[in-house]
Write a protein that binds this ligand. Structure first.
Ligand SMILES: Nc1ncnc2c1ncn2[C@@H]1O[C@H](COP(=O)(O)OP(=O)(O)OP(=O)(O)O)[C@@H](O)[C@H]1O
Ligand SMILES: [Mg+2]
Length: 388
């Protein structure tokens, strides 16, 4: 098992300067409206001249520091953004209103029946399995681990699976967890993670991040997730330029220094960013829809992964997702077809709460969905944490 090394010590030391590690790994705000980004320390000092001419050690300050800005220790050199993007709602407020109440993944009779059956179930078996999974999920890492989520088709549940993974890691781990959207095509990750608005995107951060920044500087540009952890969207939810490979590489490489686990919601394969993400991640999750054509297409992706130079299949997990209640494909046969390549397959059942769309409330997930999400996260972490 990998041992926690200098990397985690450094992060915890940084956090210790600005609060307890536990406080600092939680969102800086849980208010519905994300707070204004906390500018790096040097942004809070008045520029030397009125024109604010930028130089390497005196970057141009184009935005006033927020009033409530806490003083933080100065990194010597930080790159300030040339402009502050506006905060944009993730869902039109009129639509958000029309979403209705979240419904539970399991029906009431099912929940009641489970409670009764649960009384007769073997508790010790559950505890042993739960302990094993928690150990996988909590294992220390020497450097930040990246887990990329993709699929061969659109709309099969990549963002849903990414959100489930991000929330699961954050629940189990005490070090910082980031969920990153690498799909600028009007992705749904911010909505699934419960973000009401977004401001800074991957492309913005690619220009701002410098090695001198501390975790507390970086999180000022991220969206705090209600249950904990952080989110970095790919865009402000508008039709725009797709993310390029350079931005992806810059951002993931830089952010790995601060986050123990980064879950990346990728575009669909064979997009260039998705291929890069799959190639460079520590572990991969391929989402396969529970249809004959979906399973067959995913098998082709797995065969492609098998040809990559460093046997990528060993670090790949398939989430076999039933996003329709009407699926008739036999789950065992579908899973066996995919397992022939040597990958682990974790079935993700149809869940009424997930089917609803909108923010995912973990307490509203069906029992089988929660179990599947935790197992998927444990399998991915087991692979990502291997020392290479
Ligand atoms: N396990 C599930 N049970 C029920 N519905 C699901 C499940 N997984 C996904 N869905 C449904 O499928 C829809 C699409 O999922 P999601 O947005 O995660 O797909 P995606 O692959 O990220 O799409 P895109 O390619 O557009 O980014 C969700 O809004 C939800 O309605
Ligand atoms: Mg998506």
């Amino acid at each position: 098992m990998a041992q926690g090394g200098d990397w985690q010590q450094d992060v915890l030391r940084q956090l210790g300067q600005h609060g307890t590690p536990d406080e600092a790994t939680r969102p800086v705000s849980t208010s519905a409206e994300p707070t204004a980004p906390r500018l790096p320390y040097s942004a809070q000092e008045p520029p030397a001249d009125a024109a604010g001419a930028a130089g390497p050690d005196r970057p141009r300050r184009t935005t006033p520091a927020p009033q409530s800005e806490p003083a933080v220790r100065a990194p010597r050199t930080v790159r300030l953004p040339l402009h502050t993007p506006e905060s944009v709602p993730t869902v039109d407020p009129r639509l958000a209103h029309a979403l209705g109440r979240p419904q539970h993944g399991d029906s009431l009779p099912r929940r009641t029946g489970r409670t009764l059956r649960g009384l007769a179930a073997s508790a010790s078996q559950d505890v042993a399995e739960g302990t094993r999974i928690a150990r996988e999920l909590q294992q220390p890492v020497t450097t930040g681990r990246v887990i990329a989520v993709t699929s061969i088709r659109g709309g099969v549940g990549k963002s849903t699976v990414s959100a489930l993974l991000g929330r699961t890691f954050n629940h189990y781990r005490h070090d910082p967890v980031l969920t990153l959207e690498a799909d600028a095509a009007l992705g749904t990750l911010p909505v699934r993670m419960g973000a009401e608005s977004v401001r800074w995107s991957c492309a913005d951060l690619a220009q701002i991040l410098t090695p001198a920044m501390q975790l507390t500087d970086v999180t000022g540009y991220l969206v705090p997730v209600t249950d904990g952890g952080w989110l970095l969207p790919a865009s402000q939810g508008r039709v725009g330029a797709p993310m390029d490979v350079r931005t992806y590489r810059t951002v993931t490489l830089a952010l790995r220094r601060y986050f123990a686990v980064t879950v990346v919601d990728c575009e669909t394969l064979p997009g260039e960013v998705a291929r890069t993400a799959m190639d460079t991640a520590h572990a991969r999750v391929v989402v396969a829809p529970m249809t004959a054509e979906g399973v067959s297409g995913t098998r082709q992706v797995l065969d492609w992964l098998a040809q990559l130079p460093h046997s990528a299949l060993a670090d790949t997990v398939v989430a076999l997702s039933a996003s329709s209640p009407d699926t008739t494909l036999d789950e065992k046969t579908a899973a066996a077809h995919l397992r022939e390549t040597g990958v682990i397959v974790v079935p993700l059942p149809y869940d009424r709460h997930l089917a609803q769309g909108g923010p995912i409330h973990t307490a509203m997930l069906g029992r089988a969905t929660r179990d599947a999400a935790v197992r998927l996260a444990a399998e991915a972490m087991h692979r990502a944490a291997r020392v290479r």
